[in-house]
Design a binder for this molecule. Structure first.
Ligand code: ME8
Length: 507
């Protein structure tokens, strides 16, 4: 029996840049949520991919003497490789150059056109190629693009326009009636602010470039890259081809993205969907920007950090843990290697790693290497239940740092309990029942921690799971039952293993 449908997406990344830690952040957030929902038995579709049309890509390809498709083939593969490295469990990877996507884009364009929301006009505007967006004179900063601080280009073209201005009231009403459509709440307010400033129609076609999806009723035009890109989320679940599949997953879609593309996702996209007769996105989870040394990452500043460089030092789980536990989901955050090193050593090598190794060592040395019985009313039971509740509540709104923070509090509580109980002293005194009780409780706590942390640190969780003598992998377990106290079978053989998170020294 398939579970409840759950559909989660990352932005589709432009192929003009190699994957960096900013892209990785969104992708790990979506992956952790996908894995979390699978633990609940959901039938998860998890989509990521690459955005391959538009002027920016056309020019980048020209710069390298390649066709846009050759160029996109090459860079798209680097995203696949990065996600494989980071153990991303996506079920699909979409490229906007695929035939299935052309079909979906043309279907939606035609529906919006037939609804009377696309009209021909002349556009004169200032275009930032890096944003693939137009700006008004007032929006420019010293005549430059407000995001990239780069020169904009004056473009005069005959374009088709999407009548976004018609959707102001409907969008406001939608956000007023659907308070969790955008999380965190500050980002929802920002979206409402954009709409209240008034919405201008935007052009959805280009005649000056050819690298895009042809407009079905007028093939001189290709679709504006953003109109094309947003539709990827629908393409992947069969928009225009498989109504049943589309109707199953679309009402539960979750888009994960950063604030830079909030306007496209929170204003343009729901309006396009409304026009095409579809539901607006169920949920958008918007995070801030990762900065490096307080600066935006950019090719020109040469400060883009490749995930592989950090994975080499901290491992995949160390990488995944740091970004989701340390960075609050919503505000901007500054990346520093020193902070990553400190956090890795404190939370993973010390707190978690030490708990695992000291408990397994005691179990092997004092309890014959098998799991002693867990007490039904063990003193850590409440703490374990609280961690599960907090994680469940916080992940509802993508608050990973507080959610997993509660799991790390449980680890801290288990370490404190061991200090307080001094099982080594009791062992010396020959009080083996007390030792077995403490070790049994701690092993059970480790089981709960491993289960709850598994969406974030899947590799360490799988390793510890088998050392605890549990069959299969943590992802085979099902919540909420698996989180209930007392799931570790007494008598299972344990294994000490090597350090889960070896300490990392400053370079
Ligand atoms: O905008 N910090 O693609 P893109 C955090 N193709 N997240 C970051 C980041 C940073 N410094 N830099 C990038 C596009 N991201 C479009 C999207 S979707 C239909 C089309 C992440 O390659 C974040 O998710 O510029 C941001 O929204 C996205 O990458 C932008 O990726």
């Amino acid at each position: 029996m398939p579970g409840q449908p759950f559909f989660i997406t990352t932005p589709i990344y432009y192929v003009n840049a190699a994957p960096h830690i900013g892209h990785a952040y969104s992708t790990i957030a979506a992956d952790t949520m996908a894995r979390w929902r699978r633990l609940w038995g959901d039938d998860v579709v998890f989509l990521t991919g690459t955005d391959e049309h538009g002027l920016k890509i056309q020019r980048a390809a020209e710069g390298e003497g390649l066709t846009p498709l050759e160029f996109a083939d090459r860079v798209s593969q680097t995203f696949r490789d990065a996600w494989e490295l980071l153990d991303i469990s996506n079920t699909d990877f979409i490229r906007t150059t695929e035939p299935r996507h052309y079909l979906a884009v043309q279907t939606m364009l035609q529906r919006v056109y037939d609804a009377g929301d696309i009209e021909l006009g002349t556009y004169e505007g200032r275009y930032c190629v890096s944003c693939e967006a137009y700006y008004t004179e007032e929006e420019l900063v010293d005549g430059l693009c407000p995001i990239h601080l780069r020169p904009v280009e004056l473009v005069v073209e005959e374009n088709y326009f999407f009548r976004l201005s018609r959707f102001e009231d409907r969008l406001l009403e939608y956000y007023e009636n659907t308070p969790d459509a955008i999380v965190p709440p500050g980002k929802r307010n920002e979206a409402i602010g954009f709409i209240k400033q008034g919405l201008r129609d935007f052009s959805v076609s280009r005649t000056s470039i050819s690298w895009g999806v042809p407009i079905p009723w007028d093939e001189k035009h290709v679709s504006y890259v953003w109109f094309d890109a947003l539709i990827n989320y629908c393409t992947a679940i069969g928009y225009g081809t498989d109504v049943e599949q589309f109707n199953r997953y679309w009402p539960v879609v979750n888009h994960v993205l950063a604030k830079d593309i909030l306007r496209f996702h929170a204003v343009y996209w729901p309006a396009m969907l409304m026009s095409a007769g579809e539901l607006p996105p169920h949920r958008e989870a918007i995070h801030g920007f990762l900065l490096v040394g307080g600066e935006k990452m950019s090719k020109t500043a040469l400060n883009q950090i490749a995930p592989a460089d950090l994975v080499a030092d901290f491992g995949v789980d160390g990488f995944r843990y740091f970004f989701l536990a340390d960075q609050r989901f919503g505000p901007d955050g500054d990346f520093s290697y020193e902070a990553m090193l400190a956090r890795y050593n404190a939370d993973l090598a010390n707190n978690f790693g030490n708990l695992a190794s000291r408990v397994l060592n005691m179990a092997v040395n004092y309890c014959g290497g098998v799991v002693p019985a867990t007490r039904a009313d063990g003193p850590l039971r409440e703490a374990a239940a609280a961690a599960f509740t907090t994680l469940t509540v916080e992940l509802e709104s993508y608050n990973f740092s507080d959610g997993f923070g509660a799991v790390w509090e449980l680890i801290g509580a288990a370490n404190a309990y061991i200090e307080e109980q001094q099982p080594w002293a009791r062992q010396k005194a020959g009080d083996t029942d007390a030792v077995a009780a403490v070790v049994g409780d701690c092993l059970e706590t480790l089981r709960v921690v491993t289960l709850l942390a598994s969406p974030l640190i899947p590799n360490a969780a799988a390793a510890l799971w088998s050392r605890l003598g549990l069959p299969g992998r943590p992802e085979d377990a099902r919540l909420p039952d698996a989180a209930a106290w007392g799931g570790l079978p007494a008598g299972s053989p344990l294994e000490k293993g090597t350090a889960l998170f070896p300490r990392v020294d400053a370079p």
